[in-house]
Design a protein around this ligand. Structure first.
Ligand code: ADP
Ligand code: MG
Length: 694
C-alpha cells in the first residue's frame, strides 16, 4: 500500500486552487499526468528576476521592473486599434501603462484611480517617456509580497499562463511532505545534495542560470532519485531471476552441428561470439538472463535457433515468443526448414488456433513431444503447460518493457531466458531499460548485403518520384509506402493512409493495398500476404508494418513526412528493404521548412545504415526525453533525469541498486523502508508487489 504521506502528491490536479475542469485537462496534457506529482515534476526552464524596483526617474529601458505607482487617470482607447492608457506616478515622475484590446471594467478594478498599486513588467521608453505594456503582474500595494523576487518560468501551452501554473505550483509545493531519507548518507554528503523536500523546493525556485543546470545539486539529486528507482526495479527483477535456481545445460553438440552443416552460409564473427556467450550462460547453473541486441537483418534468428537446439540436446523443451501473431508466424517460417533438417519436432501456437486443433497442439506441448514451441508472448503467459521448459527466447523487437519481464520471471521455473531486440539503443539507454542485464551485440552484418540508396525528397517533388516508381514497377519492383505519423491519433494516421491509398489507386489500379492498425488481424494478414506473393505492387501502410512481414522482393521504401518519425523508427522501417538480391531504395519524403536538428537527423539517415550510430546521434541531437517514438518503444522516459547529461549518475545508481539488493533484498532496513517510498513515488508499484510475493 502506498504510504499515506504521499497522498497529497497523488491527488488530482483539480484539487488545486485555480484549476478547474477546463484548464485541468490542458494542464494534465502539459505536465504529462493527472496528479499533483506530475505537475511537481514539471521543471522550470527559466526565471524572471523581479528584484529591480526603481523609482520612475531611475527606471531603465528594457529592464524588468517592479514598481509601486499611484493610479492617476484612465484614458480609454479613442479608436479600436489604439491602446487603453493608464497614467500613473510616484514622487519622482509619471509613466503610462498600456493595454491593447483592454477590458475596461477589469482594468478599473485592477487599477483603481487614487490607489497605490504594484506592477511588474518590462519598462520601455516611447518618445522619451517611460511606459509599461501589459504588466505581468498588478496587485494592490498590500499584496506587494506576492510579487516575488524571482519567478520561475515554465514550459506552457495555449490556455495555461505562467501565472496560473505558478500559483497552482505554489499550492502544490506547500503540500510536499518531508520524507525519510533513502539516499546513502555518505554519498549525499559527498555530492552536497539537499534532502528531497528541499530539492523539490529549490527546483521550482531558480535564481540563477546555474540553478537551471542539470548539474545543480537539487536537480542532480532529483535525477538520481528517479534513476535509482529505475535501477532498483531492474535489480529487483534480476535478483528474483537469479534467486530461482537455474539449471546447467550441457548438450552434446549433435543438433547444433547438423544445423550448421545444413546452413547455406557461415556464421559471422559476431554470431559466433554471441553464441559462445549464450552457451556458457546455459552451461552454468545460474539462471541466464541475456539480451541479444542486433539490428534488423543482423541474423538473430539463427542464433536463437542454435541456442534452442543446445537446450533440446539436453532433453528439455525450448520456446520462442514474439510480440505479434505475424511475427510469430514469420519466425515459424524461418525456423521450419532448419528444424526439419535436424529432425526436431516443433509446434506453432498463436491466438488463432482454436478448439480441437489447439488442443492437439497444447497436448504436444504438455506431453513433451513438441521439443520447440513457437508462439506469441500472450500464449506463454496463459496457462499453457509445458512438459519441461528449459529455455525461452523472448523476441521483443522494439516493444520491450520491464513489465513483460516481470511477468515472465514470475512464470519461470529456472528457465534460461534470452531476450532479443532489434532496437539499436545507445549503451546509456540500454542500462535504463535492462539494468545490468548481460548483453550480447550482433554488431556485424552478414556479408553480401547491398547498401540501401537513401534519398531525401522534398514533398513538392513527390509526383516526380511517383513517375520514377512507375518505371520501377514496370521492372517488377515492390514498394512499401508508409504514411505520416499523426501525433497521438491512430484515427488520423488511418485517414492519411486512406487518402494516399486512393491517390495511388487512381494511378496504379487494384495492385495497391492498404494496411493499418484498425483492420482485423485476418484482413491485415491477407493483404500482407498478397503483397508478399506479388499480387500487389504497392503496400500503403501506417506504421504497422514496422513489426511486419519479411518480403525480400520489396526494394523500395517510401516514407512520407519522414521528419515526423523518430530516427530509430525510420531505421526500423528502412530495414524492411534491402533484404534481397536487388538494389534497394529508401525515399524519405519531407515537408519543409526544416529546422537545423531536423535537417541533421534526416542527413544521418541518408549517410549511414548503422543502427547504433543512428541511435547515438539521435540521443546526442535530441536528448533521451525527446527521442520520438521512445514511448512506443517501451524505453523508460524520465521526468527529472536528463540523458546523456546524467549518465554518470545513472552508472552510480546502477552500482548503488546492486549493493542495496545484495545487502537488503527485501528492503526491510531503515534505508530499505525509505527506498520503498521512493519506489512508490516513481510508481514502481509493480516492483513492490513483486517484492511482497518474493
Ligand atoms: P534479424 O532477425 O536479426 O533481423 P534474420 O535472422 O532474419 O535477422 O536474418 C536476416 C537474413 O540473413 C536471413 O535471411 C538469414 O538467413 C540471413 N543470415 C543470417 N546469418 C547469416 C550469415 N552469417 N551469413 C549470411 N546470411 C545470414
Ligand atoms: Mg528476425
Amino acid at each position: 500500500m502506498r504510504p499515506f504521506e504521499l497522498d497529497n502528491l497523488f491527488r488530482p490536479l483539480l484539487t488545486l486552487p485555480g484549476i478547474g475542469p477546463r484548464n485541468g485537462k490542458l494542464l494534465e496534457r502539459l505536465v504529462g499526468g493527472p496528479k499533483v506529482l506530475d505537475m511537481i515534476w514539471h521543471k522550470p526552464v527559466d526565471f524572471i528576476d523581479r528584484r529591480y524596483a526603481p523609482k520612475i526617474n531611475e527606471a531603465q529601458h528594457g529592464k524588468i521592473a517592479t514598481m509601486t505607482l499611484m493610479v492617476d487617470k484612465h484614458i480609454p482607447a479613442p479608436r479600436r486599434h489604439l491602446p487603453y492608457r493608464v497614467e500613473c506616478s510616484d514622487d519622482t515622475g509619471s509613466m503610462t501603462l498600456i493595454f491593447f484590446h483592454a477590458r475596461k471594467d477589469w482594468l478599473q478594478k485592477q487599477l483603481p484611480v487614487g490607489k497605490k498599486v504594484v506592477v511588474s513588467g518590462k519598462v520601455e521608453f516611447y518618445q522619451g517617456r517611460p511606459q509599461m505594456a501589459h504588466p505581468d503582474s498588478m496587485v494592490p500595494e498590500k499584496d506587494k509580497d506576492s510579487i516575488t523576487g524571482f519567478e520561475p518560468v515554465y514550459p506552457l501551452t495555449q490556455g495555461i499562463s505562467n501565472n496560473v501554473l505558478r500559483k497552482a505550483m505554489g499550492h502544490a509545493l506547500k503540500s510536499v511532505p518531508q520524507l525519510g531519507e533513502w539516499q546513502d548518507p555518505t554519498f549525499m554528503t559527498q555530492q552536497k545534495w539537499p534532502r528531497w523536500h528541499d530539492a523539490v523546493q529549490r527546483l521550482h525556485a531558480p535564481e540563477s542560470e546555474a540553478d537551471l543546470d542539470a548539474e545543480h545539486p537539487a536537480r542532480s539529486r532529483l535525477a538520481y532519485d528517479e534513476l535509482l528507482a529505475n535501477q532498483l526495479t531492474l535489480a529487483m527483477v534480476r535478483n528474483r531471476q537469479r534467486h530461482v535456481q537455474g539449471r546447467a545445460f550441457q548438450g552434446d553438440q549433435r543438433l547444433r552441428n547438423t544445423l550448421i552443416d545444413n546452413l547455406p552460409f557461415t556464421l559471422t564473427g559476431a554470431q559466433e561470439r554471441a553464441l559462445n556467450e549464450i552457451y556458457s550462460d546455459m552451461e552454468s547453473p545460474l539462471r541466464m538472463l541475456r539480451l541479444l541486441q542486433g539490428d534488423v537483418g543482423s541474423g538473430k534468428t539463427v542464433v536463437a535457433a542454435l541456442a534452442m537446439l543446445a537446450a533440446v540436446e539436453t532433453g528439455v523443451q525450448a520456446a520462442i515468443m514474439a510480440p505479434t501473431e505475424i511475427l510469430a508466424r514469420q519466425h515459424a517460417e524461418s525456423l521450419a526448414p532448419w528444424l526439419d533438417a535436424v529432425g526436431v519436432d516443433y509446434v506453432i501456437l498463436t491466438g488463432r488456433d482454436k478448439g480441437k486443433a489447439r488442443e492437439a497442439i497444447t497436448d504436444k506441448i504438455s506431453d513433451g513431444s513438441a521439443q520447440i514451441v513457437i508462439g506469441t508472448h500472450a500464449l506463454f503467459q496463459e496457462s499453457v503447460g509445458f512438459h519441461d521448459l528449459g529455455f525461452a527466447v523472448v523476441d521483443e523487437q522494439h516493444r520491450f518493457g520491464v513489465h513483460q519481464r516481470l511477468q515472465l520471471s514470475s512464470k519461470g521455473k529456472g528457465v534460461d531466458v534470452l531476450v532479443m531486440t532489434a532496437t539499436p539503443i545507445p549503451r546509456t539507454l540500454t542500462l535504463t531499460a535492462y539494468g545490468d542485464m548481460d548483453v550480447s551485440r550482433l554488431d556485424e552484418k552478414p556479408p553480401g548485403r547491398k547498401p540501401i540508396d537513401t534519398r531525401l525528397i522534398p514533398h513538392e517533388k513527390i509526383d516526380d518520384m511517383i513517375d520514377g516508381i512507375k518505371r520501377q514497377i514496370d521492372d517488377g519492383a515492390r514498394i512499401y509506402w508508409v504514411c505520416p505519423l499523426v501525433e497521438e491519433s491512430e484515427f488520423m494516421d488511418v485517414a492519411a493512409a486512406q487518402e494516399r491509398y486512393e491517390i495511388l489507386q487512381a494511378r496504379f489500379g487494384d495492385r495497391v493495398g492498404l494496411v493499418h492498425g484498425r483492420q482485423k488481424p485476418q484482413e491485415k494478414d491477407d493483404i500482407m500476404s498478397r503483397f508478399a506473393q506479388g499480387d500487389l505492387d504497392i503496400l500503403v501502410a501506417t506504421t504497422v508494418i514496422e513489426v511486419g512481414v519479411n518480403v525480400p522482393e520489396a526494394t523500395i521504401m517510401v516514407i512520407e513526412h519522414a521528419e515526423r518519425f523518430g530516427l530509430s523508427q525510420l531505421h526500423q522501417l528502412r530495414g524492411r528493404v534491402g533484404r534481397g538480391a536487388d538494389k534497394s531504395y529508401c525515399f524519405l519524403v519531407y515537408k519543409g521548412p526544416l529546422g537545423e536538428t531536423a535537417k541533421e537527423r534526416l542527413a544521418v539517415m541518408r549517410d549511414t545504415e548503422d543502427g547504433f550510430k543512428i541511435a547515438e546521434k539521435d540521443l546526442e541531437l535530441r536528448g533521451s526525453g525527446e527521442i520520438l517514438g521512445t514511448r512506443q518503444s517501451g524505453l523508460p522516459t524520465f521526468r527529472l533525469a536528463q540523458l546523456p547529461a546524467h549518465t554518470t549518475l545513472l552508472q552510480a545508481a546502477r552500482d548503488d541498486a546492486r549493493l542495496i539488493i545484495e545487502k537488503d533484498a527485501q528492503l526491510t532496513s531503515e534505508r530499505g523502508k525509505a527506498l520503498r517510498t521512493l519506489l512508490y513515488l516513481f510508481e514502481r508499484d509493480q516492483a513492490i508487489q513483486y517484492l511482497r510475493s518474493g
